[in-house]
Every structure is written in structure tokens, then in C-alpha cells.
Design a protein around this ligand. Structure first.
Ligand code: PMP
Length: 353
């Protein structure tokens, strides 16, 4: 038997997540991973690497709880929000029996995590305005244990109507978890559902330090939920999910000073987003620029594949969303520095299609 044949069937069939890093490219303008464009310096304060770290470092949990306005018992920290996505499947879905549900176009890791574990992915396409198709979701909930809803949504950039979240939470009460993926919530903080945890035992919220906190390389994310959910996730999480240097830097990033610095970065990104959006709207090959509440914008471009390739060859790496349902011709552009935005604008202006 070949080694390939030894692997589980669903793993053999799996297409791995096409992360920005995996897709490669030789760019000098990296606008394909929704990262913050410049590095924020940190110094390590802990020198105890001979010891195992705490599973849930107290300072990180307490700082995040205070920041998010929840109790420390309602916070789990993990290796990025991606680990949170996976822990939810592992703790709540029986392989071969239960399902997860999500509404494409959306973030790609919900399907990869479920498929890896052997859990069915049920999809209900978003409506034309990329809001939830609630009647279709209601008809698709048999055996669904986890519903992932990204808000603001990646890659479309809009917030999901809060009233629709309420309807969904009521519809799934006692049946399934509703996971609000708030990876980009710092760019529209008023839209968070964190204040709803007391009302809905089945609400789960995902957060990350990878975006507005400028720490994608740190790999640190959070799950906010009621104590019962957190206790179940704690049963399946690795014994030491965060290394000591990660916990050290995360605690610093979540200090009062760290949060103030994050808010400065957000306001700068929002200014840059306005600059980029206004410029894009004047360019011939740009058909449509969608409103965004995040640190990226989605645009529909004429001959998008050749434009994508042409910018790629010039070292400007964007994210091609053309293959996602309802996103034909769409490219996603992360908000970078002014110089990076200008490179994109100039390159797009030079495209004659
Ligand atoms: N959710 C969404 C919607 C994202 O865009 C990302 C980042 N790619 C994640 C979760 C994962 O974030 P992290 O870096 O914390 O694993």
C-alpha cells in the first residue's frame, strides 16, 4: 500500500486552504492577506523558556476580557482564530453525522476545518446583497451543529444585519451554535455582538490579533462564548496552545497603551481606505468598488484575470476572488501604506482593457 493510500479518504480528497503565503509570488507590494502593512516592535519580558507555558495565560485572558467587555470565563485564547474555527468542529460535530453551515462567498477555513475532520459542509449562498438568506438557512438546518457567519464578511467587506443574526440565533437556539467571525471587528467596533452573550447561550464570537493589532505573525486569536461552551473547547484544546513569547507579546498588545495604539492604526487605515476607494472609482478598468467596513476592499475589474496577472508580474500581489460564488471578476485589495495604494492605483490606471 502506498503512503498516500494510508491517509484518510477525506484527507486525500482535501484541497488545502490556499493561504496568501502558500500562493507565493515575488512581490514587493503585499496586499493579499489583510495584514497590517508595517511591523510594530515588541520586546520579550519573559525568560522562562525552560518551563511549559500556561495553557490559558492569565494576563492575556484578563486583558482580552476587559477589552472585549466580557468575563474572563467567557474567553479562550488559541493559535489564531483559525484554531478556534477548528476547535468548534472538533468539540461539537460528530464526523459522518453532523454538519457545519456557512454562506459563500466567505472565509475559506470553515470548509477546510470541517472537511479535514470528516464533517459535512452545508452551504447556503448569500443573497445578491451578500446578506443571509434566512428562509434557505431555516430549510437547511437538519443535523447542523455549527453555523459560521463572518461579520464583517471576508472577502465582501460588509456587516451582516444584526436583526438577521437575532433571527438566526432564535432559529438555532438549543440546536446549533452560531459563530460570528469578528476577525475584522476593530475596523467597525460598533457592530460587535459581544454584548449579546448573556441573551444567547448558543452565540460564539471569534476574534484575532492578526488584523488591527498588526500581529498576524504572532498567531493569536480568541473565542468568546458562554462558560459552558468555553469549558467544552477547553477539553479538546492542546495542552500548551500558545508559546511563552506569544503570550508575553499578546499581553503587551492588550495593555491600555497597546489598545490605544491599535485604535490609532485603525483610524489611519480608514483614512487610507477612503483614499484608495475614491481613486479606484475613477479608473477605467474598475467596474465597481464595494463599500467596506474592513481593512480591505473588493472591486470588480474588467478582464480581472489578466489584470491580476499583470500586477502580479509587477510585484503587486492582490487576492483573486474570481472563483468564489457571485464574485466573478472580483479582486480583493488589502489597505496598505499610501505608497502601496499608489502603486496599485498607478498600475491599474496603466491597464488598457
Ligand atoms: N477569520 C477570518 C474571516 C479571517 O479573514 C482570518 C484571517 N485570514 C481568520 C479568521 C484567521 O485569523 P488568524 O490569523 O487569527 O488565524
Amino acid at each position: 500500500m502506498s503512503i498516500e493510500q494510508l491517509a484518510r479518504d477525506n484527507v486525500r480528497a482535501l484541497t488545502p486552504y490556499q493561504s496568501a503565503r502558500r500562493l507565493g509570488g515575488k512581490g514587493d507590494v503585499w496586499l493579499n492577506a489583510n495584514e497590517y502593512p508595517t511591523a510594530v516592535p515588541f520586546e520579550l519580558s519573559q525568560q522562562t523558556l525552560n518551563r511549559y507555558p500556561e495553557c490559558q495565560p492569565k494576563a492575556v485572558i484578563e486583558n482580552y476580557a476587559a477589552y472585549a467587555g466580557v468575563k474572563p470565563e467567557q474567553v479562550l485564547v488559541s493559535r489564531g482564530a483559525d484554531e478556534g474555527i477548528e476547535l468548534l468542529v472538533r468539540a461539537f460535530c460528530e464526523p459522518g453525522r453532523d454538519a457545519v453551515l456557512f454562506c459563500p462567498p466567505t472565509y475559506g477555513m470553515y470548509s477546510v476545518s470541517a472537511e479535514t475532520i470528516g464533517v459535512e459542509c452545508r452551504t447556503v449562498p448569500a443573497k445578491a446583497d451578500w446578506q443571509l438568506d434566512l428562509p434557505a438557512i431555516a430549510d437547511s438546518l437538519t443535523d447542523v451543529k455549527v453555523v459560521y457567519v463572518c461579520s464583517p464578511n471576508n472577502p465582501t467587506g460588509q456587516i451582516i444585519n444584526p436583526q438577521d443574526f437575532r433571527t438566526l440565533l432564535e432559529m438555532t437556539r438549543d440546536k446549533a451554535l452560531v459563530v460570528a467571525d469578528e476577525a475584522y471587528i476593530e475596523f467597525c467596533p460598533q457592530a460587535t455582538l459581544a454584548g449579546w452573550l448573556a441573551e444567547y447561550p448558543n452565540l460564539v464570537i471569534l476574534r484575532t490579533l492578526s488584523k488591527a493589532f498588526a500581529l498576524a505573525g504572532l498567531r493569536c486569536g480568541f473565542t468568546l462564548a458562554n462558560e459552558e461552551v468555553i469549558a467544552l473547547l477547553m477539553k479538546v484544546i492542546a495542552p500548551y496552545p500558545l508559546s511563552t513569547p506569544v503570550a508575553d507579546i499578546a499581553a503587551q498588545a492588550l495593555s491600555a497603551q497597546g489598545i490605544a495604539a491599535m485604535r490609532q492604526r485603525v483610524s489611519q487605515i480608514l483614512d487610507e481606505r477612503q483614499y484608495l476607494v475614491e481613486a479606484l472609482r475613477t479608473i477605467d478598468c474598475v467596474e465597481q468598488v464595494f463599500d467596506s467596513e474592513t481593512n480591505y476592499v473588493l472591486a470588480r475589474i474588467k478582464a480581472s484575470s489578466s489584470v491580476f496577472k499583470s500586477l502580479w508580474d509587477q510585484g503587486i500581489i492582490l487576492r483573486d476572488q474570481n472563483k468564489q460564488p457571485s464574485l466573478s471578476g472580483c479582486l480583493r485589495i488589502t489597505i496598505g501604506t499610501r505608497e502601496e495604494s499608489q502603486r496599485v492605483i498607478d498600475a491599474l490606471k496603466a491597464e488598457t482593457v
